[in-house]
Design a protein around this ligand. Structure first.
Ligand code: 6PG
Length: 497
């Protein structure tokens, strides 16, 4: 029998979808899963593949020895297993089954990037460890995901044709095309081990924040403007035709216009308001804190999920904590909506600026030389944060690869300037009425701090010196000269330390 081009270990939702996508594009795949049910479902689904495909074939095997025997050399084995020690267990099982040093193992799960870095070190000389972070959920994996690859450079030569074939594609304008159309693939080699998973982690941080911003807009429309879920969905649908066009906006419009099949109420109103999380947004926020690369809106989105989880406390607080607030009964609805749309756009842009700044800081530290135009390019289709304005982000980094902050791009300077009043009024309305807007307001705080040439950190440094002799630099001396004021003595005097 013809040998397989690639094996997929783990035929759950993501693994099966990637395997069928590969088959659709003419590759022969060997599948393995500890669950016989998963294997059978994959084989059944492979019988009804997308008609246009230049089909390969899927076989399943019962052991890793059989799996290795079915593959052309060097063997390429993709893992779609839960992140964590299972990845190492499977790699060890593959080594025991006879994997050789030229063989390539690709982790396609949502692994922590530092684990991926450690794995490349650990398996050096035993196999070529590679990683590819996949975004796009089940449908993306099946018909065109965004693929963020990293690891051994030579291994990429074997993997690239397969990843380019199955990835989402965009046309010359950066717009998504069908899975079998010609176009630029949303798959790229991003750097050494860990880089791909790192970029995907930041993608997820941006995803958390983008979702939170949309949710705040929904809350504002519902509680301040008294709009129904159906009407809000309609407005989102309109916004999705303009600068806010994105997958998350599109699905939010659809969700809001869907009735609950059980009660007939708007579906969104029967969903319990407690958000779950698997942890990638938290990893991004922790990384931002550790690096000192501010991503406050991403961190805020993680906190917002945590606060949503404290339902019982919130229910109690809603009756205990009274507040004064201002309600304007004569609001101009259309104008308020226009301001909200502007606020959403600016806040979203600030989130991307935070995410790219964070990537820049880690890229420098790890000497990865991440290519931000390329990252923006592969996020244009297939992934969860795909959005029309990623084309403009791509152009911004193509024009200036060393952009210090995305908000400095001439295009975005102008785009934001004409919307800042709407952003400020929206945040003011939310504060006056008491309808929370932690993400949109934190993004405004980030923007204003960024454009503040003198922050009150002068007072803060003086406070640190006052109680802890932590020293300060002076504006009229070289920054590396450190001084201390004798706060407890009179008259006070300054000493250089
Ligand atoms: C994607 C998604 C995907 C997933 C995460 C989010 O890019 O396809 O980001 O990785 O939806 O698991 O998970 P949580 O919201 O559960 O943290």
């Amino acid at each position: 029998m013809t040998q397989s081009n690639i094996a997929m270990i783990g035929l759950g939702v993501m693994g099966k979808s990637l395997a069928l996508n590969l088959v659709d594009h003419g590759f022969n795949v060997t599948g393995f899963d500890i669950s016989d049910k998963h294997k059978q479902t994959a084989l059944d689904d492979a019988k009804v593949l997308t008609p246009k495909g230049d089909k390969g074939r899927l076989i399943t095997v019962d052991s890793l020895v059989e799996l290795l025997g079915s593959l052309a050399k060097p063997r390429v084995i993709a893992l779609s297993v839960p992140a964590g020690e299972i990845v190492d267990n499977v790699v060890q099982d593959l080594l025991n089954a006879g994997l050789s040093s030229e063989d390539i193992v690709i982790d396609t799960g949502n692994s922590l990037w530092t684990d991926t870095e450690a794995r490349e070190q650990r398996y050096q000389g035993q196999l070529r460890f590679f990683s590819t972070a996949v975004s796009g959920g089940e449908v993306g994996a099946r018909f065109g995901p965004a693929l963020m690859a990293s690891g051994n450079r030579d291994a990429w030569n074997y993997i690239e044709p397969m990843w380019h074939a199955i990835a989402a594609k965009v046309d010359e304008q950066g717009l998504p095309v069908g899975p079998f159309d010609q176009g630029e693939p949303c798959a790229a080699y991003l750097g050494p081990a860990g880089a791909g998973h790192y970029v995907k982690m930041v993608h997820n941080g941006i995803e958390y924040a983008d979702m939170q911003l949309i949710c705040e807009a929904y809350h504002f429309m519902s509680d301040i403007l008294g709009m129904s879920a159906q009407e809000i969905g309609g407005t989102f649908s309109d916004w999705n035709k303009g600068v806010l066009n994105s997958y998350l906006m599109e699905i939010s419009a659809d969700i809001l216009q869907t009735p609950d099949p059980v009660t007939g109420k708007p579906f969104v109103e029967v969903v319990l308001d407690k958000a779950g999380q698997k942890g990638t947004g938290l990893w991004t926020a922790v990384n931002s804190l550790q690096e000192g690369a501010p991503a406050p809106t991403i961190a805020q989105a993680v906190f917002a999920r945590a606060q949503s989880g404290q339902k019982a406390v919130r229910v109690k607080a809603s009756t205990v904590l009274k507040t004064q607030s201002v309600k304007d009964n004569n609001v101009d609805k259309q104008q308020t909506l226009d301001e909200l749309r502007d606020a959403l756009y600016c806040a979203k842009l600030a989130v991307y600026a935070q995410g790219f700044d964070l990537m820049n800081s880690t890229s420098e530290k790890e000497a990865w030389q991440l290519d931000f135009a390329q990252i923006a390019k592969i996020w244009r289709a297939g992934c969860i944060i795909r959005a029309a304005f990623l084309q403009e982000i791509t152009s911004a980094y193509q024009a200036q690869s060393q952009l210090e902050n995305l908000l400095f791009s001439q295009h975005f300077v102008q785009e934001v300037e004409k919307r800042t009043l709407g952003w400020r009024k929206t945040v003011a309305n939310s504060a006056l009425t008491g309808v929370p807007m932690p993400g949109i307001s934190s993004a405004l705080g980030y923007f204003d701090a960024l454009r503040c040439d003198v922050l009150p950190a002068n007072l803060l440094q003086a406070q640190r010196d006052y109680f802890g002799s932590h020293t300060y630099s002076r504006v009229d001396e070289a920054e590396d000269r450190k001084f201390h004021m004798s706060w407890s003595e009179e008259p006070r005097s300054q000493k250089e330390v």
